[in-house]
Ligand binder design. Sequence first.
Ligand code: NAD
Ligand code: ZN
Length: 367
Amino acid sequence: MSNKLDTGVKNVRNVLRYTIGNGAVNELPKLINYHRENNNKIIFFLDDFFYESHNIHDLIGAQKNDEIIFISTLEEPSTEYIDKLIEYLHEKNYYNPSAIVGMGGGITMDVAKAVSNLLTNGGKAEDYQGWDLLKKPGIFKIAIPTISGTGAEATRTCVMINPKTGIKLGMNSDFTVYDQLILDPGLTKTVPRDQYFYTGMDAFIHCIESLNGSYRNEIGDAYSNQTISLCRDVFMSDDMMSDENRSKMMVASYLGGCAIATSYVGVLHPFSAGLSVVLGIHHCLANCISMRAMEEFYPLEYEEFWKMANIQKVEIPKGVCSDLSSKQYEQLYQSTIVHEKPLINALGETFKNALTKEKVIQLFRKM
Ligand code: NAD
Ligand code: ZN
């Protein structure tokens, strides 16, 4: 890029500590016991995939008075949902737990981040949707990703949909970054293949968008290049879910999260957000569907994406926007064009000239 722009992210905060390896999750009981002060409780947020897992209490080292909350992944988190969780915890007198654990995918890790922030900062989730609005650090928090790609384990945000405003925005703050990560590739063995691909591609897409943009950070670029290289190893190979590849993908997710924390996404993510807000399609699948319309913006990466989907024999839904009402097309346009920062990153200040309403609708029709 000849004319790089300053991202404005000056003094970057990373996750404080991480441990990585097969079986790393067995260290959780020891790690949280350091934080059991004054007999305070630990709150565990677990992806509801683990509900059926009979040895889960032993695995996480839960004690009698700890609180375990299973998080449904049918819908992505809303600000209302986070507020309800806080109400529930207050009713049980859990104002100041010793630690919070988020074990699952992006949804569960984001819920744990948001709850940790709200317990100490007070107020409602929507009060902190934006940049640097939190005043205090949250409760000490540990993430254990069980699917790889979003980078939620590394980033300074926790994405929530605000049903009142229709805006999908997180609590962007240094206080949102996890204090401890446990990266155990053994945990991703059970992820369904299609989901593994959709979520894995989030890491690839974050980084191609960031490297093609104008707002840049040298360390962010290095993280992005390494993330893309790992994703190629994984998704161009015969078996994206081999032991070695699941381990590589866990690293790619973490590095991709570090990359995106210092840069911005591009054209694809705003379109994907439109699909999520208007049609309720989950983030990572919505990204893959949006890729159908990205050839003119990212020609090389577009080729590569479809090659990887073919090699892995993953079906990406087609025609999701072919037959919508004019009101829905209008909503899709509005919820795409609202994402100014990434669109400026990709297309410059005059992005609205390139993305007229007709053009945006035509692109959605390609999906
Ligand atoms: P997810 O939390 O949506 O889960 C996807 C599916 O995988 C669910 O059905 C879940 O039950 C299942 N699953 C998870 N682990 C499993 C396992 N080990 N075995 C079997 N099934 C398993 O997953 P995601 O794609 O990682 O997260 C998407 C969310 O992340 C969205 O809400 C998105 O907005 C958010 N996100 C956040 C950030 C951030 O920086 N905070 C970045 C990108 C996306
Ligand atoms: Zn994403």
